[in-house]
Design a protein around this ligand. Structure first.
Ligand code: HEC
Length: 475
């Protein structure tokens, strides 16, 4: 015992670490009470980041950074390496947790007006951390080196290539050359394990320094607007009369929530396992339908849905506007009321953004814009027992001519076009004929692709698709 105490005294006298950390841990923060639970997301993000560091380093001990071996090495990690599947799962759900927590933390800071004077730079450094976190997601995805991964990056590079002036250079920089190759993988690997985490580390340190220097914000109250002239005096007074030491009065919440985050990540990894590896990469398969990880899926959905002609515009304009708004925010609105109760616009913006992103992610999962090439062909029984030969031929044509890829009948088929199960309930056979011959915005015209007989057979089949309602114009 004596030896340990002596060693500690020796260490402390040479480093002063306890004298340094003590006051930092016990520095006074405003009392937050139950509302304090809203203030745990920043530290939880840090916890998730540290977990990513640990699991990432573990993965890097076995992952092979080369085009030939990346995919097999991940297969090895997933199927054979001790704890490999768990660690890969934790790294995956850790990434999700970190992204979600960054988002929740930002929303909290925005809604409670915590970014206002004097914490503008806290916000700006947070915006940098958001970009870096997304960069980690983007670069990490490629390291899987499966079909999805490489195509998502090709699409990303192609989008970056449209930036005015620096587009060529940027596309080149992302791919580390003109096309996807081993150099691309090396580049993404070094970005993902050296540069971006290093930058995150530096910016997080700065962010934390600012949190200490400016203090955490108070729980916002109505009728207590931020006035830069009086804020500092007011805040200092508040700490004196209604403050509490960070450790342990406030820190215990961060610890409880941080532990819950770790448990959740481990539980998800155990229950759901790591994400399945897609097919091995094969750049010659062009009918691949790349789908990025969920944190980019909403953006991908927007791009897939806008008309091709304005795509370029949206690819660039959209991130530019979001970035600009995030950067300008603390400059244009750093004073005044902080409580969301008095800032209906702030609440509305958050609601619209969250709902829009949520819907776009769900839509992106379903990919309604992609014809479903693997739909099971309609059975001959779809038109009821004993269909006439021409109806039978119509069913076969419906399968063969690709109608099925875009149209559902009785729950079977793609969803790019409308469900045709009861098409005769609202269209006359003449209207259907015109549609098939001339096509539409997202439907090919079949005028030259069907013989007169084939058209009649197809129509004979569709004629049977009546629901309970009376067809319009054919009483
Ligand atoms: C690439 C996808 C695609 C294919 C293939 C396709 N369609 Fe369509 N179809 C659509 C879309 C999208 C619409 C909606 C067009 C609109 O209203 O702008 C549509 C509309 C229709 C409509 C009108 C439905 C309504 O409720 O208004 C009919 C009928 C139709 N298609 C029949 C066919 C038939 C028959 C075939 C095969 C010969 C076929 N389609 C092939 C995408 C497709």
């Amino acid at each position: 015992m004596g030896v340990i105490r002596k060693s500690w005294r020796w260490f402390e006298s040479r480093t002063g670490i306890a004298r340094f950390i003590g006051p930092v841990a016990r520095h006074r923060v405003p009392k937050t009470g139950k509302m304090g639970w809203f203030f745990v997301f920043g530290s939880a993000t840090l916890v998730a980041f540290l977990m990513q560091g640990l699991t990432g380093i573990s993965l890097a001990t076995t992952y092979v950074n080369s085009t030939a071996d990346a995919y097999p090495s991940l297969q090895y990690i997933t199927d054979q390496a001790p704890l490999g599947s768990l660690v890969r799962g934790m790294h995956n759900y850790g990434a999700t947790a970190m992204t979600v927590l960054v988002g929740v933390h930002m929303v909290r800071v925005f809604l409670m007006g915590s970014y206002k004077f004097p914490r503008e730079v806290n916000w700006l450094s947070g915006v940098i951390l958001l970009v870096l976190t997304l960069g980690m997601g983007f670069t990490g995805q490629l390291l899987r080196w499966d079909q999805n991964a490489i195509w998502s990056v090709v699409v990303g590079a192609e989008q970056a290539g449209r930036t005015p002036f620096i587009g060529d250079w940027l596309g080149h920089f992302i791919l580390a050359g003109d096309t996807l190759s081993g150099e691309t993988l090396s580049r993404f690997f070094s970005l993902h394990v050296f540069l971006l985490p290093g930058l995150i580390f530096v910016v997080v340190s700065f962010h934390l320094y600012l949190v200490l220097r400016n203090g955490i914000s108070t729980v916002p109250e109505s009728g207590q607007p931020v006035d830069p002239k009086t804020y500092h005096t007011w805040y200092r007074n508040l700490l004196k009369h209604r403050g509490e030491p960070f450790w342990p009065d406030a820190a215990y919440r961060d610890i409880i929530f941080g532990v819950l985050v770790i448990i959740a990540i481990i539980a998800l990894a155990l229950v759901l396992g790591p994400p399945e590896l897609g097919r091995p990469p094969d750049p010659t398969i062009i009918k691949a339908d790349p789908k990025p990880d969920w944190y980019f899926l909403w953006y991908f959905s927007i791009l897939a849905m806008v008309p091709a002609s304005s795509e370029s515009f949206i690819i660039l304009l959209f991130p530019f506007i979001i970035g600009l708004v995030l950067i300008l925010l603390p400059f244009i609105a750093n004073k005044g009321e902080r409580t969301p109760l008095r800032r209906p616009w702030a609440v509305a913006i958050v609601l619209v953004a969250v709902v829009a992103i949520g819907v776009l992610i769900v839509v992106g999962q379903e990919e309604p814009w992609v014809p479903q090439f693997d739909a099971t062909p309609l059975p001959q029984t779809v038109a009821g027992p004993n269909p006439s030969p021409s109806i039978q031929a119509g069913i076969t044509l419906f399968n063969q001519k690709g109608c099925l890829y875009c149209h559902k009948i009785d729950g079977n088929g793609g969803i790019r076009g409308p469900d045709l199960s009861e098409v005769r309930s609202h269209l006359t056979i003449e209207q259907i004929k015109v549609r098939v011959l001339t096509g539409a915005l997202n439907m090919p015209a079949y005028g030259t692709n069907l013989s007169a007989q084939e058209l009649n057979e197809l129509l004979a089949f569709l004629e049977t698709r009546v629901g309970n309602k009376t067809p319009r114009g054919s009483q």
